[in-house]
Design a protein around this ligand. Structure first.
Ligand SMILES: [Zn+2]
Length: 214
């Protein structure tokens, strides 16, 4: 079993990823009759009340993915051209915590948001004009464009789709949740390549964690 902090992936009834919820939300949705079906491994087994007739306690299982009916709290992801909010933590995850200039990996505390075309030159504070950069490279580049600073980007910045954004927001995405989200990424998503490499590793980690908790 997992720690109760493990998040559950909520989808709509057609399987479109919607958001991360905690086990309390999952239980609430279940009792409101809004869960259409569940997928993925069992994350938690929660004990309910005792059945007066049989004397047995009800056990309620929460799975890694729950598909829900109803339109309450559905974000506007179904509109084409959805642009997720830009924040540093999600940006750093989009770029795999790599500085897109020197290619080295850093903890969040040593990373910054670099505007490829600087704001002072009309660049926008938008996903396709921002990259993760270490402090050194950001200082080196300063107010210049990469060409002027003789720096080369190792990847092209992109605007995450809704499913990619949900993935990037996940605190700890389990292998079955990741596989599910991957299937909803655009075919051209740069995340496919990176995640297909780690998902094998994640599987091993998940199995090890499950063994440790059994
Ligand atoms: Zn750097």
């Amino acid at each position: 079993m997992y720690a109760l902090s493990q998040e559950v992936l909520r989808t709509d009834v057609s399987g479109m990823p919607l958001e991360w919820i905690d086990y309390r939300d999952a239980v609430r949705l279940h009792f409101m009759g809004q869960v259409a079906y569940s997928l993925g491994q069992t994350l938690f087994r929660l004990r309910g009340g005792t059945n007066a007739r049989t004397g047995q306690r009800t056990v309620f299982e929460v799975n890694a993915i729950v598909a829900t009916v109803g339109h309450s709290h559905n974000p506007g992801h179904l509109h084409h051209g959805y642009v997720p909010p830009l924040n540093n933590e999600t940006l750093f995850r989009r770029d795999g915590h790599l500085c897109l200039y020197c290619g080295q990996k850093f903890p969040s505390s040593q990373l910054s948001r670099d505007h490829v075309t600087p704001l002072s030159r009309g660049g926008r504070d938008a996903w396709n004009n921002v990259v993760t950069a270490c402090r050194r490279c950001n200082n080196l580049k300063a107010w210049r464009t990469p060409e002027q600073a003789k720096l080369q980007l190792i990847a092209i910045p992109f605007t995450p789709s809704y499913a990619e954004y949900i993935y990037l927001k996940g605190r700890r995405v389990l292998a079955d949740q990741m596989e599910y989200l991957l299937a909803h990424f655009p075919r051209s998503s740069p995340l496919h390549k990176r995640l297909s490499k780690v998902s094998g590793l994640q599987d091993v980690q998940d199995r090890a964690q499950r063994r440790a908790h059994d």
